[in-house]
Design a protein around this ligand. Structure first.
Ligand code: GLN
Length: 546
């Protein structure tokens, strides 16, 4: 019998509901419970795949090819769960299902309404994860209590709790307790209002997690307890931390997991937090910096590259280095900014995934610089495609080589639309999505880095390398070291005589976690550290570098 923790948020957005849900999941797993975490998103898009990363942040891709909310990345990084399509449900998807049923005549002449038809569909989506393998299902409801669009989701969890036996579900509400400097006081009123709003729609929270700058004094805790109708021990401080991976231990200090287990009437089990403690020791240990440039399109929107940033930090931890990220908007290198000056302090260059022409020529110039100056280079998806374009233009001499994403019919179409997508113009869900196997070539950098010959990685792309150009590119030294097992898709390219130059068509960042940094990121960061150290020696000897 799966038990439920429903997580709602109040007062304001960006309080870290996703991280709170992931951390509760991690703590339950540390007690040997098997968890799943699901995100319910109230927006009307069927999935975030069609949304701009400016607005919505990164689109996280699952093994089964779902384009999902970035919180699912946190869930996977904090717990053992492997997210699927079922773990992210949007209003758009729910309404689409209900409307399809209505068109089929499934409702037998009834008026189709938000209650019960939409709420029933939401409840069915939640209960799909109710399996013998899952002890606790954590369900995070996106948005903030008080939003019109989240009402059907809140109503659905209210009903679901009644459908379940007592003790099988709890409501955790995350709020904000601001510290007012002028009054030198933590203020509980926003929390009181937010809980009042929640109770007005029939949901009484069992636990209130209070995001705050400092620990809550007993007086504030008792006041919130009294006004929000919960026992004082169920009011928990969620104090700010300087690193997201410290949240589980912070929650454990406040007995969040003990209280959740008691409320869910789960049998008492000892928790083992040794892995989290060790991780936090590594985070706090002194680590030398390594400087990585990320040259892309959305430099002011770090949420657009959430998994990428995390993967680089994981690789830093694995190498006991402090990865410092230098965001550079690629367009500046088209407009004439000097690469040599911009890269003077840089130990490794990364070009991430992306869509659209903006800044592409600047990325190509950057890749040429990394290739010819022997600076470690990692190209991901678009970064790999542009590495091929750059090589075709500047190493092979195919003037005007390009991707057909950026030019209608380039003379040398090195990157072109996926064969199965030709003539498909619809945007939603029409990419090569999800996990695919890839065979690695013997003696390649890839096989050495992974330590195995077959891998599986997640994809999200509409364009691919045009294999017609393989022979000519190989003659000039481009190596195709990862191919799909059927030989159809180029998955990894490398070049010879370079300390570390690798482009991959897939997104390795989706499969990295703090306990198990992804091998490609580990390898790239290790090469960057080595490059930085060698550069320092050369500079010390008075040489001009790079
Ligand atoms: N725009 C490229 C494509 O669609 C790359 C996509 C990406 O980087 N995720 O193939």
């Amino acid at each position: 019998m799966t038990k439920y923790v429903f997580v709602t948020g109040g007062v304001l957005s960006s309080l870290g509901k996703g991280l709170a849900s992931a951390s509760i999941g991690a703590l339950l797993e540390s007690r040997g419970y098997r968890v799943s975490i699901q995100k319910l998103d109230p927006y009307i898009n069927v999935d975030p795949g069609t949304m701009s990363p400016f607005q919505h942040g990164e689109v996280f891709v699952t093994d089964d090819g779902a384009e999902t909310d970035l919180d699912l990345g946190h869930y996977e990084r904090f717990t053992q769960m492997v997210a699927t399509q079922k773990h992210n449900v949007t209003s758009g998807r729910v309404y689409q299902k209900v409307i399809n049923k209505e068109r089929r005549g499934d409702y037998l002449g009834n008026t189709v309404q938000v209650i019960p038809h939409i709420t029933d569909e939401i409840k069915a989506s939640i209960r799909k994860l109710d399996t013998p393998e899952i002890d606790v299902s954590i369900v995070e409801i996106g948005g903030t209590v008080g939003d019109i669009e989240s009402l059907p989701f809140l109503e659905a969890i209210r009903q679901l709790r009644l459908d379940l036996e007592p003790g099988n579900a709890i409501n955790v509400h995350l709020t904000y307790v601001p510290y007012l400097r002028s009054a030198k006081e933590l203020k509980s009123k926003p929390t009181q209002h937010s809980v009042k709003e929640l109770r007005s729609i029939g949901i009484q929270p069992d636990m209130i997690l209070c995001r705050c700058e400092m620990d809550l004094p007993d007086s504030v805790r008792e006041k919130i307890a009294l006004f929000c109708n919960v026992p004082p021990h169920a009011v928990k401080a969620a104090v700010d931390v300087d690193n997201i991976y410290k949240v589980p231990l912070k929650f454990a200090q406040h007995n969040v997991d003990t209280t959740v287990c008691q409320m869910l009437q789960l049998p008492e089990r000892k928790s083992d937090l040794s892995a989290w403690k060790k991780l936090c020791q590594i985070i706090d240990a002194k680590r030398d910096p390594v400087h990585i440039a990320i040259v892309g399109k959305y430099v002011d929107y770090p949420d657009s590259y959430k998994s990428l940033i995390e993967a680089l930090h994981h690789a830093g931890l694995a190498n006991r280095a402090d990865v410092q990220l230098h965001w550079m908007e690629s367009a500046r290198f088209e407009k004439g900014d000097d690469l040599e000056q911009a890269m003077a302090q840089i130990d490794g260059i990364l070009i991430p995934g992306g869509f659209g022409i903006r800044g592409v020529e600047g990325m190509i110039r950057t890749i040429q610089y990394a290739r010819t100056k022997h600076i470690p280079f990692f190209g991901i998806c678009l970064g790999m495609q542009l590495a091929c374009v750059e090589f075709a233009r500047n190493a092979v001499g195919l003037d005007g080589a390009n991707s057909s994403e950026f030019e209608d019919d380039p003379h040398y179409k090195v990157i072109y639309k996926l064969r199965e997508l030709v003539d498909i113009d619809e945007m939603g869900g029409t990419m090569r999505l999800g996990a695919y196997d890839c065979d690695l070539k013997p003696e390649s950098l890839a096989i050495k880095t992974y330590g195995k010959s077959q891998i599986s990685e997640r994809h999200r792309h509409r364009f691919e390398f045009n294999k017609e150009y393989m022979p000519i590119m190989m003659d000039s030294g481009l190596k195709f070291t990862g191919m799909s097992p059927d030989g159809l898709f180029v998955e990894i390219v490398e070049i010879e005589d370079h300390p570390w130059f690798l482009g991959c068509q897939f997104h390795p960042e989706f499969k990295s976690d703090p306990f198990d940094a992804h091998p490609l990121f580990q390898g790239f960061v290790a090469a960057s550290i080595a490059y930085g150290a060698a550069k320092k020696v050369r500079v010390d000897q008075g040489e001009m570098v790079p």
